[in-house]
Design a protein around this ligand. Structure first.
Ligand code: NOJ
Length: 576
């Protein structure tokens, strides 16, 4: 009897997750694969040179064909366009550049018909300085929206800043708050507090420890910040009730000011926003842009957070060319994912495992293939399909929910010379229009070439969806194969355990194990231009190779251990 019970438990473990996810997680999330669309650059339907919602609708079959199950749209609200849509003038209305609210509802309907979820961007921490709330607030202290913003009456001395300022610190540190005082001639002046650019005044969710000497510092539960909370919930409900499946929350860590350890911001999310959202929208998702899953997911109850370009926890040592570190101490660097094979894994490993351990079984850490704020994976020394296949194997076989930045599935190439557009600064180079086919402007738009949102790669050999559809060895078809494998083999999925099997002292190849119940896989990655071998602990029997981009790969059981040999710039996936 005991034996039967034991076997039943083993069987149960084999099919179910090793660790249960939190009960508030939407049921679709553990199988989800996201596709991030920067709407101005995806598909233009009316020939004005800007992508739009009808354009996205026309590409839904393609999106589905990749194997993705959800879309995250960068902001589509009425905007002042000084920061790519993150300066919102009307939170309740789609910008006419993209269409209408009805177009969005239609996009959601058509996406849902195909089993694809649609997630919007929620710019929670600031609005545009052209927003009606701000225009009213700047006039007088006793109007309806007066307390939606913060109006310091003088500028205190700036506390000493230890070390360089990164984006995470910008979200809220004592020195940075004073640096965010913007001088203004508004009647409420002389200052307002911004959240990011000067055109983005911070919304007022209160201060962690209001200083009585600073009358503009309201408590988190003062009437102004409480009204602000109601407004944010209103915005959320407005779109959720239109069928949206959730939000990626921009600068989610920035809400409560002078909250240096983030405890008040965590409390605000956990005890109010995420709790309220889970109760009202149990199948909805809240994704944090916080860059610290231990805080956002484990503590504040978001469903997932990113681990990519910013903050302390990032993957720059794996993917970024040019500099490591900040300011004068920055050193030129070649990343791990480069054929030079001179990279290291320890920097990333230490940061990643901290976050992975903090949230495993309780939400997700996601490493996106890219996003609208940093260089594309296809850039500088890493532009061939073979190099990109190794990187994509990594993104699509790690734990957590995969995010593909539109175009990364075809190797859409960073344009280092793209002119700053809509306040993008250097970020325009990754926000380039999608390349679909051989027609005008790569099938992106019928507008004259000088009206195209951001110039496209003029190379006649540039990759397009059409070319890659017709090539069985293309990156696009490879991505499809890996996503299919991820779907079929649960040990490669979001919930399965992860463990680095190879040694940090010998970074090439990187070998990690994915494991769910009794199912177990090894993923082997060799971004370097040399054939490499690694000796691993002896297994009961050799695994079967089930995927990868290798030209040669062997797994040999020897007296000294199990030896994997992998061709240059290759990946391999084994199943035990
Ligand atoms: C993060 C967004 O990803 C970025 O594009 C934007 O500029 C800032 N937040 C401010 O909203």
């Amino acid at each position: 009897m005991k034996r039967i019970l034991f076997i039943s438990i083993l069987c149960l473990l084999a099919v179910s997750g090793a660790l249960a996810q939190k009960p508030t997680q939407p049921s679709w999330l553990s199988e989800a694969v996201f596709y991030q669309i920067y709407p101005s650059s995806f598909q233009d339907s009316d020939g004005d040179g800007y992508g739009d919602l009808k354009g996205i609708m026309s590409r839904l079959d393609y999106i589905k064909s990749i194997g993705v199950t959800a879309i995250w749209l960068n902001p589509v609200y009425v905007s002042g366009w000084t920061d790519g849509g993150y300066d919102v003038i009307d939170f309740y209305k789609v910008d006419k550049r993209f269409g209408t609210n009805s177009d969005l509802v239609e996009l959601i309907r058509q996406a849902h018909e195909r089993g694809i979820k649609v997630v919007m961007d929620l710019v929670a921490g600031h609005s545009s300085d052209q927003n009606e709330w701000f225009l009213q607030s700047r006039e007088a202290p006793d109007l309806r929206y007066s307390d939606y913003y913060i109006w310091p009456s003088f500028k205190p001395e700036e506390p000493a800043q230890n070390g360089p300022m990164d984006y995470a610190a910008l979200m809220n540190s004592s020195a940075s708050l004073i640096r965010k005082f913007v001088a203004t001639d508004a009647p409420r002046g002389p200052y307002y507090v911004k959240n990011f650019f000067d055109t983005q005044p911070a919304l007022n969710f209160g201060f962690a420890n209001p200083d009585p000497e600073h009358p503009w510092e309201q408590a988190v539960d003062a009437p102004g910040p409480m009204a602000m909370r109601r407004e944010l919930k209103n915005i959320i409900s407005f779109w959720m009730d239109k069928g949206v499946d959730g939000f990626r929350v921009d600068m989610a860590a920035s809400l409560v000011k002078n909250d240096f350890d983030k405890s008040a911001t965590i409390k605000l999310w956990k005890e109010d926003f995420t709790k309220w959202f889970d109760e009202n929208y149990p199948e909805g998702i809240l994704i944090a842009e916080w860059f610290n899953p231990a805080q956002s997911v484990a503590a504040a109850d978001f469903d997932l957070d990113f681990f990519c370009h910013d903050g302390q926890y990032n993957y720059s040592s794996l993917f970024f060319y040019g500099r490591r570190g900040f300011g004068p101490n920055a050193t030129p660097s070649t990343p791990y994912f480069d054929k030079a094979g001179t990279g290291e894994l320890k920097t990333w490993y230490d940061l990643y495992t901290y976050q992975y351990d903090a949230v495993h079984g309780n939400g997700y850490v996601s490493m996106p293939s890219g996003n609208h704020d940093f260089n594309r994976v296809c850039t500088e020394g890493r532009t061939t399909p073979e190099e990109l296949k190794v990187a994509m194997t990594f993104f699509l076989t790690m734990p957590g929910v995969p995010f593909i930045f539109y175009g990364d599935e075809i190797g859409l190439k960073q344009n280092p010379n793209a002119p700053s557009t809509d306040g993008s600064g250097g970020r325009a180079g990754c926000r380039i229009p999608m390349l679909w086919d051989g027609t005008s402007n790569g099938g992106f738009s019928t507008a004259p070439i000088d009206k195209i949102y951001i110039p496209q790669d003029p190379d006649p050999n540039r990759m397009t969806v059409e070319k890659e559809e017709n090539d069985p060895n293309s990156l696009l078809n490879y991505v499809r194969t890996v996503l299919k494998l991820r779907k079929d083999v649960k040990a490669l999925g979001a919930d399965a355990d992860w463990r680095l099997v190879s040694s940090l002292d010998q970074p090439y190849p990187m070998v990690y194990e994915r494991k769910l119940g009794l199912e177990r896989c090894y993923v082997v990655l060799n971004p370097s231009g040399k054939q490499v071998s690694v000796t691993l602990p002896t297994e009961a029997s050799a695994p079967q190779i089930i995927g990868g981009s290798y030209t040669k790969c062997t797994y040999k059981q020897t007296k000294k251990g199990d030896v994997i040999t992998l061709s240059p710039i290759s990946s391999a996936i084994f199943k035990f």
